[in-house]
Every structure is written in C-alpha cells, then in structure tokens.
Ligand binder design. Structure first.
Ligand SMILES: [Zn+2]
Ligand SMILES: [Zn+2]
Length: 208
C-alpha cells in the first residue's frame, strides 16, 4: 500500500497502520478480533485523556472497547507485562548500581550496573519471544492493534494496524467516516465499497 499523501504508516512488525477518523457518539464495532480478524470472544479497551483548567484541573477520559480473540488478548497482555517488568528492573538496576558506586566503589557499581541492565534486556527479549509465540499468522501486531489518538468534539481518531479490521470498521461506520485518507479510500474501493464521504467544506458566508 503506497504511503502517498495520506496517513498510512508503518506499524509494529512492518505492517501498515491506518488512521481512521469517525464523527459521532456511537460506532459499530464489528465482532471480529481487531488484531487477527478471527472470531472475537473478548475485548481490550483503548483510552485517551484530556485535561483543562488552571487552578482546578479537570481530566476527561474517553475509552472504547474493541473486540479481540482470547489468543490475541494473551499476546497483548504478555507484551505489556514484559515492558512493565523491563522498566521496573531497569530502574532498580540503575538505583542499585548507583548506590554501590557511591557507597562502595565505582569498580563494583559499574560492572554490577552493566550486568543488571544486560540481564534485564535478556529477560525482556525472552518475554517478547514468548508473547510472539502466542501470535498467529494473521496477527497484525504483538501489542494492541488499535490505538485511540483522541477526540475533538464528536470527531474520534483511531490508529488500526489490521487492514482487514480497518476495512470492516470503515464499512460498518461508513456514514460516520471523515477526513478519509488516500489509503483508507483505496482500501474501501479495492473491496468494492464506494466511500460515501465527500470532501469537507466550510459554510459559505454571505452578506447582504
Ligand atoms: Zn485475534
Ligand atoms: Zn494477535
């Protein structure tokens, strides 16, 4: 799929991620796994937050549940755990090696730090390989295959890594699609669907 002037971009695993903008309050979520496009029996949520106010800060969070199959929920959770564990071990490694450096000797702190960070990277790669082992050939991504980029009024923006799911989502919400990128339009047209959205226009102003 060409990059062109649209907003398709390379995602995890080298696949394309499509940004899809929809306008409305309610959307249809096809009952397919957002990662492998198989039958969905579970769900994963994506969310985004906005804060406003100076003295009293109000935070608003929107969340959407996308359907997933159990296997894909498994590899997404494994990947998230691997990242969380790696960051924790990395922080502990830096702190402990720093303490050894200051309180004992740099000759102990430096090799201890190198060893600990090396061990953390080894464990992280091992956990990622385990998560990858849970993926099937149709998986779009080892992490969440959908990201919620945020919203402006009733406009909601999603990044979808599975082109099959992106197509199903666009077809199910055709009348709510806005800002259709060249890639999204091509995908719809290649599947025999004629995009229903036209180009956006501002109101014409007249004075009399
Ligand atoms: Zn799946
Ligand atoms: Zn998957």
């Amino acid at each position: 799929m060409p990059n062109g002037t649209g907003r398709g971009r390379l995602g995890c695993g080298g696949g394309w991620i499509l940004q899809i903008d929809v306008s409305g309050q309610h959307f249809v979520f096809p009952a397919l796994c957002a990662c492998c496009c198989g039958p969905a029996g579970s769900a994963l949520s994506v969310s985004s937050s906005k804060s406003d106010g100076k003295r009293v800060v109000h935070t608003k969070t929107n969340a959407w549940d996308f359907p997933y199959c159990d296997a894909c929920v498994g590899h997404v959770r494994e990947t998230e755990t691997a990242k969380r564990v790696a960051w924790t071990l990395f922080a502990v490694s830096v702190i402990v090696s720093g303490i050894l450096w200051v309180s004992v000797s740099p000759y102990l702190g430096i090799p201890a730090g190198i060893l600990a960070v090396g061990g953390t990277i080894f464990l992280y790669k091992k956990q990622l390989a385990a998560a990858r082992g849970l993926c099937c050939v149709g998986c779009a991504c080892i992490e969440k295959a959908v990201a919620y980029l945020g919203w402006h009024s009733t406009l909601h923006q999603f990044d979808i890594a599975s082109l099959d799911y992106a197509l199903a989502f666009m077809v199910a919400n055709q009348r709510k699609l806005v800002n259709l990128s060249n890639e999204a339009r091509e995908l719809l047209e290649s599947s025999g669907n004629v995009p229903l959205t036209g180009s956006q226009r501002a109101a014409r102003r007249q004075r009399s």
